[in-house]
Design a protein around this ligand. Structure first.
Ligand SMILES: [Zn+2]
Length: 123
């Protein structure tokens, strides 16, 4: 398991494809913004972040699972991740961005995912 956040994880590609198929233009991993958001729609001032359930401590089963080895290390690391996520979200909102978080486990049902993304982007 790598601790480095991979840029082209499958869940993210799933999300990108859907957004693209809806005709939206976006930029990826924008370093000029705090937290380097995954998918940025500058014209709409909207941001989509795709999170791995384990790394970012989602409330789902995978997000709550705790490794037995190096338990303390993983715990600290994942807590730091979700704390940073929260700070980043807060700052981006203050700058007027609208945000949506898509969790890895939410990318399995593509129909539902597309519906959510449409609501966020069009609504
Ligand atoms: Zn999850």
């Amino acid at each position: 398991m790598s601790a480095i956040r991979s840029k082209d994880t499958t869940p993210e590609i799933v999300v990108r494809r859907i957004v693209h198929s809806m005709g939206f233009r976006f930029r990826l991993h924008v370093r000029a913004l705090i937290g380097t958001p995954d998918i940025v729609l500058p014209r709409h001032r909207k941001i989509i972040n795709v999170h791995g359930c384990f790394w970012h401590q989602h409330s789902c089963r995978r997000g709550r699972s705790a490794p037995k080895t190096n338990a303390e290390f993983w715990k600290t690391k994942r807590q730091r991740n979700s704390l940073r996520d929260r700070e980043v979200r807060c700052k981006l909102r203050q700058e007027g961005w609208k945000l949506i978080d898509i969790w890895e486990c939410q990318t399995h049902n593509r129909t539902e995912l597309a519906r959510r993304l449409r609501r966020f982007l069009v609504g």
